[in-house]
Design a protein around this ligand. Structure first.
Ligand code: SF4
Ligand code: SF4
Length: 449
């Protein structure tokens, strides 16, 4: 028996290296579990699926497992890179639903394989999609993906908001709140002011976090954004960075440290607001008498679980069977941010909180991520409509979330369905509960969502 045992040293590992990628794409079981919520978590047939891509395109290649087969075929030369192949690989929101579903039983990393497959298509000259390339150029030229002037980045900031240039706490606003969902930036700043919590913003020294680039597989351009942001944050001696955007938060928390270490703490606003309430710095005295449901952003939930370093060996039992010693940690989404937003909602008086069927690590994506909103708007909208229908089925009047990008797409879904549901970011709900003088303007914004 011992003749068949030998040990391969893999060294410290975080994300997939080339060797792991080549091995992993051969080990998909073709079981299709990645299309579904794990069986014990399913509450109804209507909301049993987890992959927006297979739901929309209904062919195996559009699932997590299907894309692994494409990766293998490409690697073995059985499939040539093409426009058609590229479209299939990019018609994926990189929501990570397949990854948590697969790892319920397995040790595969479908999301990481999809990310690496996109990097390979970029290196072969096929990716990203043309509209994604346009926003990448805009990030390079204007520091935001929306083709907006960089000097307008802090136009959202009202004159009466107090910022403190000497604070060691930075509010990193992000592109979407700066240019498209300004109400989230304003609500966040007003809440911090109400708590007398000093913070600074970087104004013209804040640049796109790079998430929209990273998700398309253009790693090299992403690294520029990492350096640009970390150079300035390091120089300013920042100790804590606060985010109201799930995408920026995830990118700083999970992806930046893989490229460059930093010494500050990262917090999502839902974590900070809870802390401020628990230490009596914020008092939520106003009633907010609505039935509310909550959408878990993929980047705040399952995808914000950090990588754990693993320094182990692979023990080969037989040519095709091996085990890791010690067991390699699985990134299953268990340690995403799920409790903070829920605790926050439950602290607001008058709210009747109702959960959707697919929540936490098994939440259904809003449909916007992975560059899909730019490249395949119909797919993004269709997924948003599906998620809005799930929210409507709870009987809620308001759907809330904690990400400006989810906010934009879910609002589009509400409008496309002519739904009675209204969307408010969680910071807007907190601001209403504070009895802010701007409560009436928020309430009227609900009418036009
Ligand atoms: S990716 Fe995982 S869940 Fe999907 S078919 Fe392969 S082994 Fe099964
Ligand atoms: S990342 Fe999301 S959209 Fe892409 S294959 Fe996995 S579950 Fe489907």
């Amino acid at each position: 028996m011992l003749n068949y045992l030998y040990v391969t040293i893999w060294g410290v590992s975080t994300v997939l290296n080339e060797q792991e990628y080549k091995k992993m794409i051969k080990s998909c079981l073709r079981c299709s579990i990645c299309k579904w919520i794990p069986q014990l978590q399913i509450k109804s047939q209507k909301y049993a699926t987890i992959c927006p891509s297979i739901d929309m395109f209904n062919f195996h290649a559009y699932s997590g497992g299907g894309r692994i087969i494409l990766a293998l075929a490409l690697e073995m030369g059985r499939l040539k890179p093409s426009k058609e192949l590229t479209e299939i690989v990019y018609k994926c929101t990189e929501c990570g639903g397949c990854a948590v579903a697969c790892k319920f039983l397995n040790t595969l990393e479908p999301l990481e394989i999809i990310v690496k497959l996109r990097e390979k298509l970029v290196s072969l000259g096929y990716g990203p999609m043309p509209t994604q390339q346009q926003y990448i150029e805009s990030i390079k030229n204007n520091n935001n993906p929306y083709n907006e002037a960089h000097e307008k980045r802090f136009d959202w900031l009202p004159n009466d908001i107090k910022t403190d240039p000497n604070s060691k706490v930075l509010y990193f606003v992000g592109c979407t709140s700066s240019y498209r969902r300004k109400e989230i930036a304003v609500a966040t700043a007003r809440i911090l002011n109400a708590a007398n919590y000093p913070f600074k913003i970087l104004r013209e020294n804040e640049f796109c976090c790079g998430s929209p680039i990273l998700r398309t597989g253009d790693k090299e351009s992403f690294l520029n954004q990492v350096d640009k942001n970390l150079d300035i944050i390091d120089k300013k001696g920042i100790e804590t960075v606060v985010f109201s955007c799930a995408g920026c938060y995830d990118t700083f928390k999970v992806d930046y440290p893989l490229e460059r270490k930093y010494n500050f703490k990262v917090l999502h606003t839902t974590e900070l607001f809870n802390e401020l309430i628990d230490t009596s710095k914020l008092e939520l005295n106003n009633q907010v008498p609505y039935n509310v449901t909550y959408h878990d952003p993929c980047h705040l939930g399952r995808n914000s679980e950090p990588y754990e370093e693993w320094d182990g060996d692979e023990l080969k039992m037989m040519p095709l069977v091996s085990i890791n010693i010690p067991a390699k940690p699985k990134r299953c989404g268990n340690y995403g941010i799920y409790d903070s937003p829920r605790k926050l909602i439950e602290k607001i008086r008058g709210i009747d909180f109702i959960e959707m069927e697919r929540i936490k690590e098994y939440a259904y994506c809003c449909g916007a991520g992975g560059g899909v909103k730019a490249a395949f708007p119909e797919f993004a909208l269709n997924t948003a409509k599906t998620r809005i229908e799930e929210a409507e089925d709870t009987g809620a009047e308001i759907i809330t979330s904690a990400c400006p990008f989810c906010s934009s797409n879910l609002k589009d879904g509400i409008n496309a369905k002519s739904s009675d549901l209204r969307f408010l970011d969680i910071s807007e709900l907190v601001l209403m509960a504070l009895g802010s003088p701007n409560k009436s303007s928020i309430a009227s914004s609900m009418e036009v969502s």
